[in-house]
Design a protein around this ligand. Sequence first.
Ligand code: ADP
Length: 244
Amino acid sequence: MSEALLVVHELTKTFGGVTAVDRCSFEVQPGTITALIGPNGSGKTTVFNIITGYLKADSGAIRFRGDPIARPRPAQLYRRGLSRTFQQARIFPDLSVEENLVVAAGYSWRQLFGRRVSESDRERASTMLQEFRLESLAHLQASELSYGQRKLLEFASVLMSDPKLVLLDEPTAGVNPVMIDTMEQHIRQRHADGVTFLVVEHDMQLVMRLCDPVIVLDQGAPIAFGTPEHVQSDPRVLEAYLGA
Ligand code: ADP
C-alpha cells in the first residue's frame, strides 16, 4: 500500500464535558474516495474542522503528504493542496460566479478589481465554468444562485487551487435529485483526474455507490472500516445507527 495522503492519529477534542472526538485514528489513501460516516453527533464535523484548521485538537497528530501539520491554518493548507467544502456552501455572495472562481485561484479582491489577474488564471476560470456548465451564470451575482448551484460553485472554486485532497462536507445535502447526479458526476470526474476525496455524506445510497473505503465513526472514534459491503453488514455499525 502506498503512503497515506492523510494520517489522523489519536485526535481528541472535548467541548466542556463532551468528548466529541475520542482518540480517533484513520488514514486516507491516495486515489480513494473515502467516506466518513456515522450517526448524528458522532464527531464527523469536528474531525473535519480539526483537519482543516478551523478547530484545534486537545491532542493527537495529523500528517498530510508525509508532513506533520502541527497548527494547521486553512489558507496554508489550501496552498499545500488540502481544500474543503462546507455544509452551507461558503462562497462570496457579492461577487459574480466567475469572480468567485478567480478569487479561489488565490487572488485578493484588490488584485481582482485592479484587473491584475493573469490571462492563464482567467482561462482556468473560464474552463471551470464550462466544465461545470456554469457559463450562462458567469456574470450573475453568486447570491442569486440556487442552493444547489451554490454548492456546485463552491466545489468548482475549491478545484481552482488544484488540490490533492478535498474534504466534502455533505456535498448533496438539501439539493434536488438532478443536482445530486450532477455533483456525483463531477466528483467521479475529478477522482478520475487524480484528486482524492474524504466525504461526509448522509445519503447512504450515494456513499455505497461512490465511496470505498468507508470509515464509520461512533462517539468520536472509528468502529468500522472497509468496503461499503463490509461496513454495511458489521453488527457494530447497525447497533450504532439503530441503537439496537
Ligand atoms: P457530527 O458531525 O457527526 O454530527 P459533531 O462533530 O457535530 O458530530 O458533534 C460531535 C459532538 O460534539 C456532539 O455531541 C456535539 O453536540 C458536540 N459539539 C460539536 N461542536 C460543539 C461545540 N462547538 N460546542 C459544544 N459541543 C459541540
